[in-house]
Design a protein around this ligand. Structure first.
Ligand code: ADP
Ligand code: MG
Length: 920
C-alpha cells in the first residue's frame, strides 16, 4: 500500500517538475486572458480597417465581400454539383436539395488526391486536373448528360465583384500554382470545363465561387437559421460572418447583410502581432512557401502545429533539456512531426504511451520525464492555437452584437476543419475561452457534418432560388413601371378628356367633369375683412377665422380648429353630417367668442359639385371615404343653410362654395400672380386651372377666364386607361365605396396607395415570394397598410432593420429580405402614382400653352396634400415627369402652406366685393 502511494507521489512530483520546466521554457507561448483581450481588440480594429474604402488597400485583414447575402430558407430545391479545392484533398460532390419541408440533402461524393506536381505546377494543369476529376465523378455517378449548376469552393483569398467571379489575391497554405494569382479562377475553371464539354458532352454551369468558411456557414445555416459565422480550423484557418451592408464600403448598397470572408489568416502580416510571435514562429515562416504572409494562420493551423512542436523539441534537446541532449536525424527533419501526432500525444488516456511510441519512432530514447515534458509542449502549442482563434472569434461575435444593438447575442458558429474535429481537447478549450472572453454572447458551436462543399451547393441553390424569385417579383411589378411611351399616351388621353368635358356635346358623357367654379379672377390685393372658412376634405373638418388686411400692410391672419369626422358620420345620413358640421362651427364660434357676428363664409368642399353660381353647387357624387345618404344631387350650400337654421343659434352669410383645388390655387395666387393651377395630392387627387372663357362652351360669355375644377379623379371611368390598370387596382376598386368610379384617383392618391401595396403583398405571399408564404391575419385586414407607411418605408434615412420593425408593428413579421421586397413594392406603387399624376399635369399645362399660342409657358402650380408634402419621393418624381412630358413648359411648384382655407376666405372676399359692386 505504502509503496503504491509513494510511487504515486513520486510520479506526481515528477510530472509537476516537468510541467514547470516546460512552462518556464515556453512562457512566451502561454497567453494570459489580458493578452487575449488585447489581441481581440486589435482584431476588431483590423476588421474596421479592412471594411473601410480608404483603409482597405493597406489592411492586412482583407475582409473580402462574398456576395452571399441570403441564408438558405428551406425552399431551395434541385440537383447541384460542387467541387472543393483548398484542403488536403480535392472533393467532388452532388447535392440533391429537396423541398419537402424536411430540408434534406442527399450526398454523393468522391475524394481525389492533390499531388504536389499539380498544386505547385502550372495554373492550366491545375484547372485541367479539376475538370478531369469532375468528369470522372460525373461518369461514375451517371450524371454525365444532365445540365447541372455548380458551386466552386475555393479556400483562398479572392476579390469578388459578384458571386460567380473571383480574382485570386494570393495562394496560401501549401498551394502555389503558377499564373493563377491576379486572374479570375471561375473563368479558368469554365475554360477547362469547356474543353471537356466538347469531347465528353458534359454541361455544367459554374454559378457561384464560395470560400470554404462561407460554405461552412451555409451548410450549418441550413440546419440552424441562427448560424451567421463560419469558421475553419484545419490546414489553414479563416472565418466569415454576416456583416451589415452599410458597413461594407467596397460594395454598393446599404440594405441587408452580406457575408464577409475575413481572411484572418493574414492578421499580423503588417507587424501587429510581433510581440506575440516567438522565434519558433519566425523559423516556421522563413521555411514556408510564402514568407512574411499568413502569420496568424501559421500560429494556428494544423499545417504548422506539428512543425512548431518539432522545432521546440529540437531546441530543448540541443540545450540538454530533453533526451539527455541527444538529437536524432528524424528530429532534425522538417515535417517529421505532424498535427495527427500532436493530437495522439494529447489523447486523454493513451497520450503518454502514444508519446513514447511517436518519439521512439523518431529514433529518440525518451525517459518517463521526457514523455511528460513533450506532452506538455504539445498542450501549450495547441492551446495557444485555440486561444488565438478564440480571441479573433470573440472580436467577430462582439461586432455582431454591436451591429444588432442587443445586450445579449444568441448566435451559432458553424465550424469545420481537421484540427477542430480530430484534436481531442481543441474544441472544448476553444469554447471555454470564447465564453470567457465574450460572456454576453450565447454561442452555439455547430460542427459542419458534411464539410464546406455542401455549403457551396447551398449557395448555388440559394443563388438560383433568388434569381428565380427575382424574375417573378420583377414580373409582378413590371406593370407598375410605366414606359415613357405609355405615359405620353396617358397624357394625350387626359388631354382629350379635358377637351371633351368642356364641350357642350360631349360634356354629358365625359369622365373628367370639368366643373365651372364661377371663380373668375385671382385676388388683386384690395381684399380685406374678417371671414369664416370651412374646409371639409378627405379626413378632417377645419373651421377658420381669416383676417385679411389690404394696402401697404397687406397680411392674412388665421385662427383655426380641426375636428375629426367619425366614420359613422361620413357614411351616415346627410342631415347628420351637416348637423355635425354646424355643431363644430358652433364650438369654434364659442371658442373664438364671435357667435353674434354674422360673418361672410367660404365653404371649401373637396367633392365634385356642379355649380350654377359661386354660392350654389349640387353634389355630383361622393368620393374618397364619404358616402352620406341624401346628398348626391342636392345643393350642399342649401343643406348647410338648413342645418344652421335647424340649430337656430347663429347666422352666417354663405358667400362662396369652393373646391379645395381652387382654394389652394387662390392661396398660392395671393403670393404669386403666375399661379393659375391648383393641385391636390392627399386623400384624393384633383386639379383646377384657369381656362379661357371662350373654351368653356357650357358657360355663357367669351371674355376673360374662369377656374375649372377638372375632377380628374374620374379619368378612366370609361375604361380608357384600363390597359394600365393591374389586377391589384381592380381589387382595390372593388373593395371601395364607389366601385368603377374614380379610377385615376385610385391609382394616384393617398387613400388607395397603401391598399394597392397590400394587395400586391398578398399576391406575393400567396406565390411564396414573401413572409414564407404565410398570409397573416393582419395582411388580410383592409386598410392596415396606410399610405403614411409607404412614406416611412421608402425614406432613405431608414435602415432596413427599422423597416422590418415597422412591418412587425403592422403584424407583418418577415425577414430582412422580405423588408427589401416590401420596400420595392412601395416604391413601385408610389412611383407609378407620381408618374401618372405628372402625365395628367403635363396635359393641363400643355393645354394652357397651346390655347395661349405660346412657344413657351411659364406657370406656377399651387399644391396641397399630405402625399405630396410628406412622401419622400412623390413630389420629385412628379416634377420630373412633368418636365419630361411637357418640355415647353416651365413649371414652378409652390407649396400651399396655409391649406385651402385661406383661399376660401380670399374667394369669399373677392365674391363679396363683386356682390357689393353689383348691389350698388
Ligand atoms: P385631405 O384629406 O384633405 O386630402 P391631406 O392632404 O392631409 O388631407 O391628406 C391626408 C391623406 O394623406 C391621408 O388620408 C393619407 O392617405 C395620406 N397620408 C397621411 N400621412 C401620409 C404620409 N406620411 N405620407 C404620405 N401620405 C400620407
Ligand atoms: Mg384637403
Amino acid at each position: 500500500m505504502f509503496a503504491v502511494h509513494l510511487l504515486a507521489f513520486y510520479f506526481t512530483k515528477l510530472k509537476e517538475d516537468q510541467i514547470k520546466k516546460v512552462d518556464r521554457y515556453l512562457y512566451h507561448l502561454r497567453l494570459s486572458d489580458d493578452t487575449l483581450r488585447d489581441v481581440m481588440a486589435r482584431f476588431q480594429a483590423e476588421m474596421v480597417k479592412g471594411l473601410g474604402r480608404d483603409t482597405n488597400p493597406t489592411a492586412a485583414v482583407k475582409m473580402l465581400p462574398s456576395f452571399v447575402r441570403s441564408l438558405p430558407d428551406g425552399s431551395e430545391k434541385g440537383d447541384f454539383l460542387a467541387v472543393d479545392l483548398g484542403g488536403s484533398q480535392f472533393r467532388a460532390l452532388q447535392v440533391k436539395v429537396s423541398q419537402d419541408g424536411k430540408q434534406s440533402c442527399q450526398l454523393e461524393s468522391k475524394y481525389y488526391p492533390t499531388p504536389k506536381e499539380v498544386i505547385q505546377g502550372s495554373g492550366a494543369e491545375l484547372f485541367d486536373y479539376i475538370a478531369g476529376c469532375l468528369l470522372d465523378f460525373m461518369e461514375s455517378k451517371n450524371l454525365k448528360y444532365k445540365k447541372l449548376p455548380l458551386g466552386f469552393t475555393f479556400s483562398f483569398p479572392c476579390r469578388q465583384t459578384k458571386l460567380e467571379e473571383g480574382v485570386l489575391l494570393s495562394w496560401t497554405k501549401h498551394f502555389k500554382a503558377r499564373g493563377v494569382q491576379g486572374t479570375d479562377v471561375v473563368s479558368s475553371l469554365r475554360k477547362a470545363l469547356e474543353k471537356h464539354k466538347a469531347s465528353f458532352g458534359i454541361d455544367v454551369d459554374v454559378l457561384a465561387l464560395v470560400n470554404d468558411t462561407v460554405g461552412t456557414m451555409m451548410t450549418c445555416g441550413y440546419e440552424d437559421q441562427r448560424c451567421e459565422v463560419g469558421l475553419i480550423i484545419g490546414t489553414g484557418t479563416n472565418a466569415c460572418y454576416m456583416e451589415e451592408m452599410r458597413h461594407i464600403d467596397l460594395v454598393e448598397g446599404d440594405e441587408g447583410r452580406m457575408c464577409v470572408n475575413t481572411e484572418w489568416g493574414a492578421f499580423g502580416d503588417d507587424g501587429s502581432l510581433e510581440d506575440i510571435r516567438t522565434e519558433f514562429d519566425r523559423e516556421i515562416d522563413q521555411g514556408s512557401l510564402n514568407p512574411g504572409k499568413q502569420l496568424f494562420e501559421k500560429m494556428i493551423s494544423s499545417l504548422h502545429l506539428g512543425e512548431l512542436v518539432r522545432l521546440i523539441l529540437l531546441k530543448m534537446t540541443k540545450e540538454g533539456l530533453l533526451f539527455n541532449g541527444k538529437v536524432s536525424t528524424a528530429l532534425c527533419t522538417k515535417g517529421k512531426i505532424e498535427m495527427k501526432h500532436v493530437a495522439a500525444m494529447e489523447k486523454y488516456k493513451e497520450g503518454l504511451s502514444n508519446t513514447k511510441e511517436i518519439l521512439t519512432e523518431l529514433n529518440l530514447f525518451p525517459s518517463e520525464e521526457d514523455c511528460i515534458a513533450v506532452q506538455h509542449v504539445c498542450t501549450i502549442v495547441s492551446f495557444r492555437s485555440a486561444n488565438l482563434c478564440a480571441a479573433a472569434l470573440a472580436a467577430i461575435l462582439t461586432r455582431l452584437k454591436e451591429n444588432k444593438r442587443v445586450l445579449r447575442l444568441r448566435t451559432t458558429v458553424g465550424i469545420d476543419g481537421t484540427l477542430y474535429k480530430t484534436h481531442p481537447q481543441y474544441a472544448k478549450r476553444l469554447h471555454k475561452v470564447v465564453r470567457r472572453l465574450v460572456p454576453t454572447c450565447d454561442v452555439r458551436f455547430l460542427l459542419s457534418t458534411s464539410g464546406s462543399t455542401r455549403g457551396a451547393a447551398m449557395v448555388t441553390a440559394v443563388a438560383r432560388r433568388l434569381a428565380e424569385q427575382r424574375k417573378r417579383i420583377d414580373a409582378i411589378l413590371a406593370p407598375f413601371r410605366l414606359a415613357p411611351a405609355t405615359l405620353r399616351e396617358v397624357r394625350d388621353k387626359m388631354r382629350m378628356e379635358l377637351e371633351r368635358g368642356l364641350r357642350r356635346d360631349t360634356q354629358g358623357t365625359a369622365t373628367v367633369k370639368m366643373l365651372p367654379t364661377y371663380v373668375c379672377g385671382t385676388p388683386d390685393g384690395t381684399e380685406k375683412g374678417k371671414f369664416l372658412a370651412l374646409d371639409l376634405g378627405g379626413t378632417n373638418f377645419r373651421v377658420l377665422l381669416v383676417k385679411i388686411r389690404s394696402g401697404r400692410r397687406k397680411s392674412v391672419r388665421m385662427y383655426n380648429k380641426i375636428f375629426a369626422i367619425p366614420l359613422e358620420i361620413m357614411q351616415g345620413t346627410g342631415e347628420e353630417l351637416f348637423d355635425h358640421i354646424v355643431q363644430c362651427i358652433a364650438e369654434f364660434l364659442e371658442y373664438m367668442g364671435i357667435k353674434g357676428a354674422r360673418l361672410p363664409l367660404g365653404f371649401t368642399f373637396s367633392f365634385p359639385c356642379r355649380q350654377a353660381s359661386i354660392d350654389k353647387g349640387t353634389l355630383v357624387g361622393w368620393t374618397k371615404g364619404f358616402k352620406a345618404t341624401d346628398c348626391e344631387g342636392e345643393d350642399v350650400v342649401d343643406m348647410l343653410r338648413e342645418a344652421i337654421k335647424r340649430r337656430n343659434e347663429f347666422d352666417l352669410d354663405i358667400v362662396a362654395l369652393v373646391n379645395d383645388t381652387v382654394g389652394t390655387m387662390m392661396t398660392c395666387g395671393y403670393e404669386d400672380p403666375k399661379c393659375e393651377i391648383g393641385l391636390i395630392a392627399g386623400t384624393g387627387s384633383n386639379v383646377c386651372y384657369m381656362e379661357d372663357m371662350k373654351n368653356i362652351e357650357i358657360v355663357e360669355g367669351n371674355e376673360g377666364k374662369m377656374c375649372i375644377n377638372t375632377e380628374w379623379g374620374g379619368f378612366g371611368d370609361n375604361g380608357c386607361i384600363d390597359s394600365i390598370r393591374t389586377e391589384y387596382d381592380k381589387e382595390v376598386d372593388e373593395g371601395s365605396l364607389n366601385p368603377g368610379k374614380q379610377r385615376y384617383e385610385k391609382m394616384t392618391s393617398g387613400m388607395y396607395l397603401g391598399e394597392i401595396v397590400r394587395q400586391i403583398l398578398i399576391d406575393l405571399t400567396r406565390q411564396g415570394l414573401l413572409f414564407r408564404g404565410q398570409i397573416s391575419e393582419s395582411l388580410r385586414k383592409r386598410g392596415i397598410f396606410e399610405t403614411k407607411f409607404l412614406s416611412q418605408i421608402e425614406s432613405d434615412r431608414l435602415a432596413l432593420l427599422q423597416v422590418r420593425r415597422i412591418l412587425q408593428q403592422l403584424g407583418l413579421d418577415g425577414t430582412c429580405e422580405d423588408s427589401i421586397v416590401v420596400k420595392e413594392v412601395c416604391g413601385a406603387v408610389s412611383t407609378r402614382a407620381a408618374r401618372l399624376c405628372g402625365a395628367g399635369l403635363a396635359a393641363v399645362v400643355e393645354k394652357r400653352r397651346q390655347s395661349q399660342g405660346a412657344e413657351h409657358l411659364e406657370v406656377t402650380i399651387g399644391v396641397d396634400g399630405t402625399l405630396y408634402k410628406l412622401h419622400p419621393h412623390f413630389s420629385r418624381v412628379l416634377q420630373e415627369t412633368v418636365k419630361e412630358l411637357a418640355p415647353q413648359c416651365d413649371v414652378t411648384f409652390m407649396l400651399s402652406e396655409d391649406g385651402s382655407g385661406k383661399g376660401a376666405a380670399l374667394i369669399t372676399a373677392v365674391a363679396k366685393r363683386l356682390r357689393n359692386v353689383g348691389e350698388n
